[in-house]
Design a binder for this molecule. Structure first.
Ligand SMILES: [Zn+2]
Length: 339
């Protein structure tokens, strides 16, 4: 099947009461790991690429790798999503390339660093929604800012999402999904100790979901940073500082409260790095990249399959017929006419 609209994946997840992992990719092995994990667990899945990933791969390599993925795994519904678009032009170029979903992150200005005003955020997000929905493409917005900096993106400041503003933001922009800031950060160092309700505000998700029951919520920076993965990297010569992520139970609590998309990148990076370091330390005579990329890919696949089971998307790949982007654009037009 061709790439599917992310909106449809999230609508189905809401109907089925589960979440869908959105996994970042930068190369062929990561795409293969995700697709194999999806086949193994029969999961619909979101593959996402940041601006940094698009630069690293060059758009055309990324696009054709994803074409290979949908050809080779016809039974898996896959959405291709732009992670943290910094300005409308970035989102529009992704849509032109064939992405079925884009994030317009207007919580920051176009430099990807300076926290933006609410009015600016509404204006740029609305502009992208109008362009995207006319083409059947999904839009995720963000209100509030996450901690941490990833791929050069982030202010480093945490501004929690205000529930009142969230309602106004969704009404004014018409977005399909809302990324909320609840205290999570990008990168490996999310928390300096296992997080409690003071630093990870799951109660905020419950409040936003109560006010916006029909908006799909997105948790960014939601790697769990398993201690065994950190330990493995360090065992084989790495120098990671103690790091904690978002425990799976907290994510599952979010899923019971309207979270439909869960972004995971750091965990994949840790799995890959641990596997490669192990080969380098245990078999220093190795110099064929396949000798370390094969176990790296397998480690990421195992991690992703675990997440798919944990988020509840496993077993749901065959639940529905994918809608075309044309059908999605007609749906948006009909909904707009009724409003
Ligand atoms: Zn993010």
């Amino acid at each position: 099947m061709p790439l599917v609209s992310m909106r449809q994946l999230l609508d189905e997840a809401a109907a089925g009461g589960y979440g869908v992992g959105a996994f970042n990719v930068n190369n062929m092995e990561q795409i293969q790991a995700i697709m194999e994990a999806a086949r193994e667990t029969r999961s619909p899945v979101i593959v996402q690429a940041s601006r940094g990933a698009r630069r690293y791969t060059n758009d055309l390599f990324l696009w054709h790798l994803m074409q290979a993925a949908v050809e080779l795994y016809p039974e898996i519904p896959v959405a291709l999503h732009l992670d943290h678009g910094n300005e409308p032009a970035t989102c529009i170029s992704a849509i032109e390339l064939g992405f079925t979903s884009v994030m317009m992150d207007g919580s920051l200005e176009a430099d990807g660093k300076t926290p933006a005003s609410f009015e600016y955020n509404v204006a740029v997000t609305k502009e992208v929604v109008e362009h995207a929905h006319a083409r059947g493409v999904t839009v995720e917005g963000e209100l509030g800012t996450l901690g941490g900096v990833e791929d050069g993106h982030g202010s480093g400041e945490v501004h929690l999402t205000d529930p009142d503003q969230a309602v106004e933001f969704v009404e004014e922009t018409g977005i399909d999904a809302l990324a909320v800031a609840i205290g999570t950060s990008h990168g490996a160092y999310k928390f300096s100790q296992p997080p409690d309700g003071e630093v990870l505000k799951m109660s905020l998700i419950q409040e936003i979901h109560r006010r916006l029951p029909d908006t799909h919520l997105v948790m960014h920076g939601s790697s769990s940073v398993p201690q065994e993965l950190v330990a493995k990297v360090n065992e084989f010569g790495g120098a990671l500082k103690p790091a904690w992520g978002v425990p799976l139970e907290e994510i599952q609590l979010g899923i019971r409260n309207g979270v439909r998309k869960i972004n995971v990148d750091t965990d994949s990076r840790l799995a890959i790095t641990g596997a490669i370091r192990q080969v380098f330390v245990e078999s220093p005579e190795t110099f064929d990249p396949r000798d370390y990329l094969t176990p790296a890919r397998a480690a990421m696949q195992a991690l992703i399959a675990q997440r798919m089971e944990g988020f509840g998307q496993a077993g749901h790949a065959g639940d529905y017929e994918p809608l075309s982007l044309e059908e999605m654009s007609e749906r948006y037009a009909t909904a707009a006419a009724r409003a």
